[in-house]
Design a protein around this ligand. Structure first.
Ligand SMILES: CC(C)(COP(=O)(O)OP(=O)(O)OC[C@H]1O[C@@H](n2cnc3c(N)ncnc32)[C@H](O)[C@@H]1OP(=O)(O)O)[C@@H](O)C(=O)NCCC(=O)NCCS
Length: 145
């Protein structure tokens, strides 16, 4: 599925963040601190925004947050294109490492890009999460950071 990935505003990520990730919470629950200064990407299928991802730069690390593909478009390679775009953008921006807090259900997806779990498992709103990270510099990363 060929999509066009472009930079979008934090505000434009909200409908998909809300409907895919936290539909049972108010829309504001899907905002995160630092949204104003983060980079936000949207994948368009024709006129439709079908996938969003946000990239937060933290020194020499970058953090991926709020990654969501519209349910009827999942499993068609769109998230893969988005993840490649995010990792390339992070590398271009000088990040040596990218990390994220993965829903356990999405861990196999992230593992395909080299992400490895670190730290302790955690729960958010009853959902199990695990931090994962990938090195972009070729340097090995501590597993307990
Ligand atoms: C995680 C998520 C963003 C991935 O986006 P996506 O567009 O579904 O991603 P892809 O289609 O590239 O890959 C998803 C799966 O489809 C498979 N796939 C990839 N390309 C495919 C294709 N052309 N045809 C069929 N399947 C394909 C992949 O192998 C992948 O399998 P895996 O889950 O076993 O790794 C999406 O599934 C989602 O929004 N999930 C719900 C919210 C969520 O969990 N977000 C992450 C929070 S940490």
């Amino acid at each position: 599925m060929q999509v066009q990935i472009v930079q979008i505003s934090a505000k434009d990520t909200l409908p998909l963040r809300h409907s895919v990730l936290w539909p049972n919470h108010p829309v504001d629950f899907s905002r995160v601190e630092g949204d104003e200064s983060a980079q936000h990407f949207g994948a368009y299928l024709g006129p439709d925004l079908v996938c969003v991802l946000s990239l937060f730069t933290e020194g020499t690390s970058a953090r991926i947050r709020k990654f969501a593909t519209r349910p009827d478009c999942q499993g068609q390679g769109i998230g893969t294109q988005m993840m490649r775009h995010a990792l390339a953008t992070a590398a271009d921006g000088g990040a040596g490492r990218v990390w994220l807090s993965a829903r356990e259900s999405a861990m196999p997806f992230y593992a395909r890009f080299g992400f490895q779990p670190f730290g302790e498992p955690a729960l958010k709103e009853g959902q199990p999460y695990r931090k994962m990270q990938v090195s972009l510099s070729g340097q090995s990363l501590a597993s307990s950071a």
